[in-house]
Design a protein around this ligand. Structure first.
Ligand code: BEZ
Ligand code: FE
Length: 283
């Protein structure tokens, strides 16, 4: 006999949980209990056929096989299930007035060049020019001088440099800036466009089967940090983007909308974006 008797359909979760009673780590035991109970409840509710369960196993196997050094299909799965944003929300509860966070995404690179304020991060002159400016503030409203503002964006066709090696210059549309004494940052880039998350693998096929599109609305990525403050991983979004209300990874928040103000001249259209960020004090 086991602690809870032999395995039956009705006692299944209790039997498995009790088998883990000697777990060497209390947190692991807690996590495995919760996962076991929810998973067994889901299987009981769904009542999968053996073939359906094998299809699920094949899906997870394909997800693993799609992972490489530069492609993390499990994170993509977490993203489209809304789990990445939920983990982000739980770990980034902000005090009133502080800017909200959103997903990091897979396209940040750690060693982007530090550039003087006002630099153009668009190295290939493609797309509609855009100026971006704003201030980095504390929750009390004081400007933060010397804050590090790490930005990256997709080009006007919706691709990051790392997705188009040999087509876009290395470090295209990325840069690290430091705010001036008034807490201000500014740089030039190009108006970003919506783009699909990588959708040629199992996660893309799942989205398709669910009748969902793979697009993220146009956005700029930021990681903002300064001594004495919580780092902020966030985006600003174009509220006029066609996908603003259906981001494939649920990253949009009302407070992260920034107006992309157009100026039309004979030479073409340029855009101006202004957005301040408020950092929470370090915990
Ligand atoms: C991104 O915004 O770069 C991104 C976020 C989640 C999944 C794929 C891309
Ligand atoms: Fe992105």
């Amino acid at each position: 006999m086991t602690e809870q008797g032999y395995f039956t359909e009705s006692s299944s979760a209790d039997v498995v949980v009790s088998r883990n009673a000697a777990a060497k780590d209390a947190r692991l035991a807690q996590v495995m209990e919760v996962i076991t109970r929810h998973l067994h409840a889901a299987v009981k509710e769904i009542e999968p056929s053996t073939e359906e369960w094998l299809a699920a196993i094949r899906f997870l196997t394909a997800t693993g096989h799609t992972c490489t050094d530069w492609r993390q299909e499990f994170i993509l799965l977490s993203d489209v299930l809304g789990v990445s944003m939920l983990v982000d929300a739980i770990n980034n509860r902000k005090p009133s007035g502080a800017s909200e966070s959103t997903v990091l995404g897979p396209f940040h690179v750690a060693d982007a060049p530090e550039l003087p304020l006002g630099s153009d991060i668009c190295l290939d002159q493609k797309g509609d020019p855009m100026t971006v400016r704003g201030r980095i503030l504390g929750t009390g409203g004081a400007p933060i001088a010397g804050a590090k503002v790490d930005v990256w964006q997709a080009n006007d066709e919706g691709f990051y440099d790392v997705q188009q090696k040999g087509i876009q210059p290395d470090f295209n549309l990325r840069g690290v800036f430091r705010t001036n004494a008034a807490g201000e940052y500014w740089f030039r880039g190009v108006k970003p466009k919506f783009y699909p998350i990588p959708d040629d693998g199992p996660v893309g096929r799942l989205l398709n089967a669910l009748g969902r599109h793979p697009y993220r609305p146009a956005h700029l990525h930021y990681i903002i940090s300064a001594p004495g403050y919580e780092p902020l991983v966030t985006h600003i979004f174009d509220p006029d983007d066609p996908y603003i209300n259906s981001d494939a990874v649920f990253g949009v928040k009302a407070s992260l909308m920034a107006k992309f103000q157009p100026t039309v001249t004979e030479a073409g259209t340029t855009y101006a974006v202004e957005h301040d960020f408020v950092l929470a004090p370090a915990k």
